[in-house]
Design a protein around this ligand. Structure first.
Ligand code: XIL
Length: 358
């Protein structure tokens, strides 16, 4: 209570020096409260192992977000480790947490080229066997969550990253085993398994900061796919823009996603984080870096709020402490999220509150 009061007063005063420690808060000006009031889904990617190990992490997740995306818990290698065995334990722990704290979930991800177990990648199969395997996986995973957590999930990434930077299909096991129509088949199986679910295609941008979809080979390929799916009634509901951005190359999501809205589909920013490439060494230019993150996170949320086809922005991690980029050797101190290593509010978190309250 006292903590909420102190944090509330400080927030109202608007006087946090950059990088200062502010505990996570469920107070009246928290990102969670602002999102809830705006009827907006502001989420974080999370890991069940950290939830259990670190009470501060669990509290920060519940206090500051309305949505959880499983960072790895629902990927193929975790959820389907052997041909006849599914392990819903990790995914269920997140879903239980979400339910207990009144949060929703975005499912991630059913069909992807990465994080596949050896038993999938090593075996030779006929096309029909590949289709059977993909169908069994989609129908079983969605079937489980549809029956156990129908109140928790609202969006699901069915296919992740099918295209490379040139707009060609990636040579994934699904592409090689089934052919171009694996994407369409995946969506049809998903719809069959969960009729009311919002089914998304999810991918990252080309890294140039390009905001005109037609000028990005990958985005143009996704647009062609989605347009074809619309005309042929393939059950695709939305496009996820991952949003792993850099301070010098950050797209305007509103422009980038304009075509999605015009096609009658939904869109979301599904994995937002920002590495500061201009900050070298990263600690030195922290204030400048955090200021560009604040602008980018604010603009991302604003673009989504402004579009009737978007209601979800998810950052890829809970805080700078647990970001996946910390394990990337090129930038061990990327500090790419809206919350710092003590789960305190960074300028980007205040920018999110501001855009959601505006
Ligand atoms: C990443 C996770 O954050 C890491 O923990 C894991 O080791 C690799 O995958 N695009 C995606 C996410 O769609 O699933 C990826 O997540 C990041 C890039």
């Amino acid at each position: 209570m006292l903590r909420c009061l102190v944090v509330g007063l400080l927030v109202l005063a608007g006087s946090f020096p950059v990088g200062s420690f502010v505990p996570a808060t469920a107070g009246p000006r928290s990102t969670r409260t602002a999102a809830a009031r705006a009827d907006f889904n502001w989420g974080a990617a999370a890991r069940p192992s950290l939830l259990e190990r670190d009470p501060g992490y669990a509290q920060a997740l519940a206090d500051n977000f309305t949505v959880i995306t499983p960072e790895n818990a629902l990927k193929f290698d975790t959820v389907h480790p052997a041909p006849d065995r599914y392990d819903f334990g990790p995914g269920d722990r997140l879903a239980d947490f979400a339910r207990a704290h009144g949060m929703k979930m975005r499912g991630h991800t059913l069909v992807w080229h990465a994080q596949l177990p050896d038993w999938v990648t090593r075996e030779t199969r006929t096309r029909d066997q590949w289709i059977g395997l993909m169908r069994d996986h989609i129908v079983t995973v969605l079937g489980h969550y549809r029956s156990a957590y129908p109140d928790v999930f609202y969006q699901w990434d069915v296919v992740n990253e099918a295209f490379d930077g040139r707009g060609e299909r990636r040579p994934s096991v699904w592409q090689k085993g089934i052919g171009d129509d694996y994407v369409e088949l995946a969506f049809r199986f998903a719809r069959e398994a969960w009729p009311g679910m919002q089914l998304f295609y999810n991918d990252f941008d080309d890294g140039t900061g390009e905001s005109d979809c037609d000028r990005s080979a990958k985005c143009a390929a996704i647009k062609r796919l989605a347009t074809r799916f619309r005309s042929r009634s393939v059950p695709l509901d939305g496009i996820g823009f991952q949003g792993h951005i850099k301070d010098l190359d950050s797209p305007d999501f509103g422009s980038l996603a304009g075509w999605v809205e015009r096609l009658g589909l939904r869109w979301a920013i599904t994995e937002l984080d920002m590495t500061c490439t201009s900050a070298r060494p990263p600690q030195v230019d922290r204030p400048a870096c955090f200021a560009s993150q604040a602008r980018a996170f604010g603009a991302a949320v604003r673009a989504c709020v402004d579009s009737p086809a978007c209601d979800t922005v998810v950052q890829w991690g809970v805080s700078d402490r647990d970001s996946w980029l910390n394990r990337m050797t090129y930038d061990p101190s990327a500090n790419p999220l809206a919350f710092d290593r003590q789960f305190g509010y960074k300028p980007a978190a205040y920018a999110v509150v501001k855009e959601l309250s505006g």
